[in-house]
Design a protein around this ligand. Structure first.
Ligand SMILES: [Zn+2]
Length: 309
């Protein structure tokens, strides 16, 4: 893959004070993983047919793409977990055909008329075309081994999975539905971008709004399982993703607030090995369990049963 971006650029923020996304554009803001095993598929180099082989970011092996896809986009040699899109994730975790989307009519706007290298309005249209999503999260209800749940998944391909007004509002409404109907709540995060800078303060307030909805859900006795995948950074990690009653993470996911390079530059000391990986965070008590993708559905179902939901 020739567009590899260092892992820590995914969540690095321009200033350590502000949880903002630093996306540069749809071609360069895809975390290294994503190009790998996406079934959406794009031609990476002229003349090389998309599809047959891909190189593992974990072990460097050349892998038969179909084989990787059959293993839920996990490297059969080293267990490296490649990117999966929001729709693929739904297919992996929910029982077939049970997902009922909610609030798809909530669409992003450009209230600040934000412009960096291109206008936010233009970027939105572009991202929507490229990913087939209307914004960075899908929310709805569905079944996990015949248990009805409220379910959300963010997609890091859409402006780095960052949280703007639509992501925040869809999540809040989902959490409120889960509270009313006493459903277990599962949110799978793949958000390198944190809060979406293109919507400024409106993005930042989503952190408080979603967290408040989760507090009410918690008071009502809800069960929230947060699943962190590569990458989960910035304002997403600093709000709902860290508020699970149980926090699962996929192996070797990058999880943190500001990216390691930013942290290093700010505090001026060498960071410990494995800093901001799932394994490091498990060791330090930040997450509860590392779950291999193939076990995720079963693990979630057992926790729901164990908690009597
Ligand atoms: Zn590998």
């Amino acid at each position: 893959m020739d567009t590899t971006i260092p892992a820590d650029s995914a969540g690095a923020t321009p200033s350590p004070k502000m949880p903002v996304s630093n996306s540069d554009g749809p071609t360069s803001n895809i975390p290294a993983d994503q190009a790998g095993a996406s079934t959406a598929g794009k031609t990476r180099r002229k003349g090389v047919p998309e599809g047959l082989w891909l190189k593992c970011d974990g072990c460097g092996a050349s892998l038969y793409r179909k084989e990787v896809q059959q293993q839920l986009n996990v490297c059969p040699k080293c267990n490296h977990h490649f990117y999966v899109s929001a729709w693929e994730r739904i297919a992996q975790v929910l029982d077939e055909g049970t997902f009922e989307p909610m609030n798809e009519q909530l669409l992003p706007t450009d209230p600040l008329e934000f412009k960096d290298r291109r206008s936010y309005a233009e970027r939105l249209v572009n991202e929507q075309k490229r990913t087939g999503l209307t914004d960075a999260v899908l929310t709805g209800t569905g079944m996990i081994r015949a248990r009805r749940v409220a379910f959300a998944v963010t997609d890091s391909a859409f402006i780095m999975g960052s949280m703007g007004s639509v992501v925040g509002e869809r999540l809040t409404r989902l959490i409120e539905r889960a509270t009313e109907q006493n459903l277990a709540l599962i949110i799978i995060s793949a958000s390198g971008g944190g809060a979406r800078m293109h919507e400024g303060i409106l993005s930042l307030m989503q952190m408080a709004k979603v967290s408040a909805a989760l507090a009410r859900y918690h008071e009502a006795g809800g069960l929230f399982i947060s699943v962190l995948t590569n990458p989960t950074m910035g304002g997403v990690a600093a709000s709902f993703a860290s508020l699970g009653d149980l926090i699962f993470a996929e192996p070797k996911a990058l999880i943190g607030f500001a990216g390691p390079r930013t942290v290093k530059a700010t505090i001026g000391i060498e960071l410990p090995e494995g800093f901001q990986t799932s394994e490091f965070l498990l060791e330090h008590g930040y997450i509860d369990r590392i779950v291999h993708r193939r076990s995720l559905k079963t693990e979630i179902a057992s926790v729901i049963d164990y908690c009597g939901k």
